[in-house]
Design a protein around this ligand. Structure first.
Ligand code: GRF
Length: 193
């Protein structure tokens, strides 16, 4: 059986991308085939370069039609599933339509709380801490036309003790590394078999 090909989209440090790469490196069923980033100086692109992972820099500054190019790349590379891992750009509508139920995202909070416009990166954790919530967590969900509104696939919560921004971020990242690869595996099993 052919392997299921993943494309990871990442804009920043890319630690989730790195984690996914290590996790699937020796998988017989899943291949992390390419990275797409809008940020040529991202940690994700650097990691891809250092590890010989096919990568594409697609941005509205350097590309005339970034949405179309994204779709072309995805098709040319025979991508089955798109994995967002800290991707700061809006996913092209055209891709959302063509890849319905085939785009996953990870969000650093317990959706539907702390989702939607502006709720990305540190903003999420700051809002959680400001509200003095006793729990936060991680959500893996499908991507549709509305920000952070697609079907939830898995969630895992973490307790907030005396956390500040840095310690909460660390806790959340740790859970992300644990659940994202497994959520992808489970989804692939259900969707493609
Ligand atoms: C993660 O917290 C993820 O939930 C969010 O963006 C962050 C990316 O972190 N969507 P990294 O670049 O993978 O370290």
């Amino acid at each position: 059986m052919n392997k299921i090909n993943l494309a990871v989209f990442a804009s920043g440090t890319g630690t989730n991308f790195q984690n996914l790469y290590h996790y699937f490196k020796d998988s017989e069923k899943i291949s992390l085939k390419i990275l797409i980033s809008n940020n040529s100086r991202s940690g994700a692109i650097n990691f891809a370069k250092e590890n010989g992972i096919t990568h594409y820099h697609i941005s509205s500054i350097t590309d005339e039609n970034p949405d179309l190019r994204t779709l072309e790349v995805i098709k040319k590379e025979n991508i089955d599933l798109v994995i967002l891992a800290g991707y700061m750009k809006k996913v092209p509508e055209i891709l959302i339509q063509e890849y319905k139920n085939r785009i996953l995202n990870i969000h650093p909070a317990l959706l539907p709380k702390y989702g939607g416009k502006g709720m990305w990166g540190d903003n999420v954790h700051k809002a959680v801490l400001e509200n003095k919530d006793s729990k936060s967590g991680v959500t893996v969900h499908l991507v549709n036309e509305e920000y952070d509104k697609g079907k939830i696939l898995i969630q895992k919560s973490v307790d907030i003790d005396n956390d500040d921004l840095e310690s909460l971020k660390k806790k959340i990242h740790f859970v992300e590394y644990e659940i994202y690869p497994k959520a992808i595996e489970t989804y692939v099993k259900g969707f493609f078999s």
